[in-house]
Design a protein around this ligand. Structure first.
Ligand code: HAM
Length: 439
């Protein structure tokens, strides 16, 4: 009776994962590993070194500067058994800033640090947005000059190229918090809170109707709304500055951006554009902000982004350390790679599958397998009592690259017919020749 109840109970448990997170079946894991491999190799080639941390953080870490939307609406927060407020990390930047602050006196700057953590945001799941994603974080601490901004954007650009993207597939949009702040304060004369509200409106500009946007804008800005709207629509730094009053068009922020674009152009990065409507949602950015955009009309969206945040160590009572970095999400880059057909064909890591005519040949097959494994060949030995054609089907489904079969004949002669599963090429080999045939 009790067993029946348990069975009924188990049948009721949903097989779907929790909303907005993913199961990774082997084929999905293959894609994920491909993405992480490209990320890892690229950042390491720029001298970045890896760190990591726990997914749990005290909630207070995010309250200071991650921005109201993220903290108030998107975090998974709970109270632990000791009454502490705990949050599943929604981003990595506060964590890496905390780690740098903790060892600031011992660390030798500049630091180039990277990590590929998973993170959770309570969002409405949709294309490119899930509740769990992985994010390559690459951050450079300790360099104030534009050279660090150039280096970080150049890393982002190289990542795209190493994934197989062409220059005309994507665009690097740049703006500066300094420009945004001088427009809010010096031109529009807004208080901090009003400025934040306006930036939120700009941030969601593409998600709402144009009329709705214009109406809200004119409530906020009155007769300045028209010129502000015009500014947002400009397509180059020159156009933009021509709309601005002199004191702002000569400001530090504008010079910084001009300098950044020039330096990127000098090193051959030409698909960079100034975008006055790029604001990014975090309160901690202080200088340049950037986003990589897919240019395909079907997927015309932001792929990833970042910026400069020179003041974040303030929140730990530490002296400031200049910092610039970005977060590149696995979901958006996977969509991009799918759009441009840049994901390699699935291939398991089995090099050789050894079929056995019956169970009595398993020990011989295992001996051969262990000899080859010691030479870095990945070998799977059949342990089933299926017929040979069925074993071959399994090997082929697994995308094993080569196959041999062991039976009475092979044991007697110590010769093995090895077959290349892709080309169909076959060769009779001795044990010591198998390695060379495979490699
Ligand atoms: P973010 O723009 O919030 O920046 O996220 C960076 C990237 O993570 C996004 O562009 C996207 O690729 C991915 N991403 C974010 N949220 C989701 C989601 N719900 N589903 C799927 N992918 C997502 C940051 O998090 C900053 N902390 C980045 C940074 C590092 N800035 C400086 N250093």
């Amino acid at each position: 009776m009790e067993d029946n109840n348990l069975e009924e109970e188990l049948n009721k448990i949903n097989r779907e994962p929790y909303k907005g997170v993913r199961d990774f079946y082997p084929e999905d894991m293959f894609v994920q590993n491909f993405i992480f491999d490209v990320m890892r190799k690229t950042v390491i080639s720029f001298g970045f070194i890896e760190y990591n941390a726990s997914i749990l953080e005290p909630t207070s870490l995010y309250k200071a500067k991650s921005g109201e939307e993220l903290v108030g609406e998107q975090t998974y927060t709970f109270t632990d058994r000791g009454g502490r407020d705990v949050t599943l990390r929604p981003e990595m930047t506060p964590t890496v800033a905390r780690m740098v602050a903790k060892r600031k006196r011992e660390l030798i700057f500049p630091l180039r640090w990277f990590s590929i953590p998973n993170m959770f945001r309570y969002e409405r799941p949709q294309k490119g947005r899930l509740r769990e994603h992985w994010q390559l974080n690459a951050d450079l601490f300790g360099i104030k000059s534009v050279d660090a901004d150039v280096e970080i954007i150049s890393l982002a650009y190289t990542l795209m190229k190493n994934f197989g993207a062409k220059d005309n597939n994507f665009e690097i949009k740049v703006n500066s918090r300094k420009i945004i702040n001088s427009i809010l304060k010096d031109f529009l004369k807004l208080q901090d809170e009003e400025g934040t509200r306006l930036m939120k409106l700009v941030d969601k500009r593409e998600k709402i109707k144009q009329d709705e946007f214009n109406a809200e804008l004119s409530i906020m800005l009155g007769d300045k709304s028209e010129v502000f709207s015009k500014m947002l629509k400009t397509k180059s730094l020159l156009d933009f500055t021509s709309v601005l009053p002199k004191e702002i068009s000569n400001s530090e922020g504008i010079k910084d951006i001009q300098n950044l674009i020039n330096k990127l152009n000098e090193i051959g990065i030409k698909n960079v554009v100034f975008s006055p409507d790029l604001v990014r949602g975090f309160d901690y950015y202080t200088g340049i902000v950037f986003e990589i955009y897919d240019k395909n009309p079907e997927n015309n969206r932001s792929l990833f982004g970042g910026g400069r945040y020179d003041d974040l160590l303030d929140i730990f009572g530490e002296e400031k350390v200049p910092a610039v970095g970005f977060g590149m999400g696995d979901v958006t880059i996977k969509d991009f790679l799918n759009t441009y057909d840049l994901i390699p064909k699935y291939n398991s890591s089995v090099d050789l599958y050894i079929c056995t005519l019956s169970n009595e040949y398993i020990p011989t097959a295992n001996k051969i397998a262990s000899e080859l494994r010691s030479k870095n060949i990945n070998v799977e030995v059949n342990l089933t009592d299926k017929k040979i054609p069925d074993q071959v089907k399994i090997a082929s489904k697994k995308t094993a690259s080569f196959i041999i079969c062991i039976g009475e004949n092979e044991v007697k002669t110590e010769k093995y017919k090895i077959k290349n599963m892709e080309t169909g090429e076959e060769k009779e080999t001795q044990l010591n020749e198998i390695h060379d045939f495979i490699k």
